[in-house]
Design a binder for this molecule. Structure first.
Ligand code: HEM
Ligand SMILES: *[C@@H]1O[C@H](CO)[C@@H](O)[C@H](O)[C@H]1NC(C)=O
Ligand SMILES: *[C@@H]1O[C@H](CO)[C@@H](O)[C@H](O)[C@H]1NC(C)=O
Length: 571
């Protein structure tokens, strides 16, 4: 009986861990001439015709050829005609009825588009759509799409010299554009909507919702993580964004698509992408056999382990995915191990139910980038060392010598930490340095901070006993004290901006602001103590020495000189 119990137990464990239900990859064989291998193309799957349409993309040169794959014949046909959209890659696309819509994208010579084209799969012809309303400004690297059965084509964020915050909808039944979020009044320090970005992936959830994942936020005049791992849902009717919890590794160039719905359940697959660049120190690269699945209604992400009949598709970025009735088609992209461009078709069989039954993997990946180190060094450097070093100098310099030693230790370590942090901050910005408020204030703060030890070295000697403070010394004090104050105040402002720029979680910036309020209260309290009346009143309730208050700066310096003759450094 013991063996039986053990066998039953083992069986239970097996049932619990074996992959039930599934998301299963299989390769789709294609005969005849294939489209050239490419990435960042547009694709559309047409269920009625059982055809996959591929347009444009980058395959070495940027292309504008159009290909149709017939799943019954198992072969590709080049259907490029006399007219069609200009060559481009990284565009927004979606299927409405028998049409594949294409808009935005980047063409040869850094030309950006916002024109709208539709490809008719029944006649294999392109037609340029004339639209009304304000279109998105020309851009590439935006995300969007169309929910099956809906007429709304979403276009969200993207890049063209600067990164965009805005979201648009084209109603293909009236060909009218409307701006649905942020008409030019968004900024990078808001926690309630996504920071401007490009090369994020996106998928429609239903006619009213769009979800986006990750992308590149650094450079383009806004700064931020690149790659990023944040994800957001846009609700068109509310014109409102909601941030989702983090789960997958941060990435750019990933692909996203909605799985077939069972009982109206929505699941979105996130696949592939580029997980490493010079901003990344350490990341948990996602294995080739995993996808990440979002339940947009409960707002939960889970990693799912896929199975394969045969091999798995080579791990890739910049691939395109399209919904079919029984799973997803995947086309092309760039192999992230070998950098080889692809032109293969894969099928991921599954739906919302089978995705939930697939074996679940770990969520929280290990991820460290230079921004995290930058933020920590700046917090300890400016937010701790330099703030409290300044505090000591301002309120405790009237007695003893310890203050001066502590002041020097705090200021020197603060400057060393923040200088390393400064270099890391600059290194991590991809391009367009000091073009956002945090970066510009940052360089001012650092210049002021670094000037302090140098002007301290050149300080005029303090007067000996009985003498008047010379003008030179007073001018120096004026400079040293005020530069210090301005630098610390700007640094505190800049840390406050930084926590939003880095997309820190609510708990992190809430903690920072609690700490900041404590710092301000302590300074205000000690400042009030310098007022004689207040000091006397406080002395009555608190056990305090009264003799040193109030004192002028000159008196303070004299006190120090009197109490310590050996202290050459401060002379
Ligand atoms: C007084 C403290 C700080 C100073 C002086 C400072 C300074 C800087 C500087 C000079 C840059 C580079 C600007 C450029 O090259 O364009 C930068 C970038 C940045 N900093 Fe700070 N910083 C401070 C604190 C923080 C904190 C606490 C965080 C929070 C994590 C933070 C997050 C960032 C981010 C996200 C970037 C943009 C990086 C990119 O776009 O690649 N900073 N900072
Ligand atoms: C391809 O794009 C070029 C410009 O980029 C354009 O002149 C040409 O007409 C396009 N060809 C097709 C077939 O659309
Ligand atoms: C869901 O997908 C699984 C795996 O592909 C399949 O066996 C099942 O029949 C599908 N269910 C529905 C309702 O389509």
């Amino acid at each position: 009986t013991m063996w039986r119990a053990l066998a039953a137990y083992t069986w239970c464990i097996y049932l619990a861990v074996r992959p039930v239900g599934s998301l299963e990859w299989s390769s789709v064989p294609a005969s005849g001439t294939l489209p050239s291998a490419r990435r960042d193309m547009a694709v559309g799957y047409f269920q009625t015709q059982n055809k996959l349409v591929v347009f444009g993309g980058k395959g070495g040169p940027i292309t504008n050829d159009t290909w149709v794959f017939d799943f019954v014949a198992g072969s590709w046909t080049d259907v490029s005609g006399a007219t069609g959209p200009g060559a481009r890659f990284s565009m927004v696309y979606g299927v409405v009825g028998n049409h594949l819509y294409v808009t935005t994208g980047e063409g040869p010579g850094k030309i950006f588009y916002n024109d709208v084209w539709q490809f008719d799969v029944t006649s294999n012809t392109w037609f340029q759509v004339s639209t009304t309303g304000t279109p998105p400004s020309t851009r590439y690297g935006a995300a969007g799409g169309v929910y099956p059965g809906s007429t709304l084509l979403y276009v969200s964020l993207g890049f063209a010299g600067e990164r965009f915050f805005d979201t648009f909808v084209l109603d293909t039944s009236s060909n009218q554009w409307s701006t649905r979020f942020c008409e030019g009044n968004c900024h990078p320090y808001a926690p309630t909507y996504p920071h401007a970005r490009c090369l994020h992936s996106g998928s429609v959830v239903d006619a009213d919702r769009l979800v986006i994942y990750g992308g590149c936020l650094s450079g383009g005049e806004t700064g931020g993580p690149c790659p990023s791992g944040d994800s957001w849902i846009f609700r068109n009717s509310e014109q409102e964004w909601t941030r989702l919890p983090d789960c997958a590794s941060p990435r750019t160039y990933s692909s996203m698509a909605l799985l077939p719905e069972v009982n109206g359940q929505k699941r979105i697959v996130l696949y592939g992408g580029i997980e490493k660049n010079r901003q990344v120190i350490q990341t948990t690269a996602s294995p080739a056999d995993t996808v990440v699945v979002l339940d947009p209604d409960s707002m939960t992400w889970t990693t799912r382990i896929t199975t394969a009949s045969g091999s798995f598709p080579a791990k890739r970025a910049s691939a395109a995915m399209a919904l079919s009735s029984s799973g997803l088609y995947l086309f092309g992209g760039i192999d992230t191990e070998t950098n080889a461009l692809q032109n293969d078709i894969w099928f991921l069989a599954g739906n919302s139910t089978s995705a939930d039954q697939a074996a679940a993997g770990e969520c929280v990946p290990i991820f460290t980038n230079f921004l995290l180190v930058h933020g920590l060094l700046m917090f300890f450097g400016w937010g701790v060392c330099l703030v409290w070093g300044t505090f000591i100098a301002r309120y405790f310099s009237s007695s003893g010598t310890t203050w001066f030693l502590l002041h020097r230790i705090f200021q020197v370590s603060g400057l060393v930490l923040s200088f390393i942090g400064f270099v890391l901050g600059i290194v991590s910005v991809q391009f367009d340095h000091f073009k956002f408020a945090h970066g510009a204030i940052g360089i001012i703060v650092m210049l002021l901070g670094i000037s302090q030890p140098f002007n301290a070295l050149a300080r005029p000697h303090r007067p000996s006993e009985g003498e008047k403070t010379p003008l030179k010394r007073r001018i120096w004090e004026l400079f040293h004290h005020n530069i210090g104050r301005v630098a610390v105040a700007l640094a505190l402002i800049n840390i406050s901006l930084g926590v939003f720029l880095a997309l820190a979680h609510t708990a992190v910036w809430a903690l920072w602001f609690v700490y900041l309020i404590v710092v301000i209260l302590v300074f205000v309290f000690f400042e009030l103590l310098k007022i004689p009346v207040v000091h006397e009143k406080m002395a009555a309730i608190l056990p305090m020495k009264t003799k040193e208050y109030p004192v002028s700066n000159e008196q303070k310096m004299e006190n120090v000189a009197k109490t310590d003759d050996s202290q050459q450094g401060e002379k």
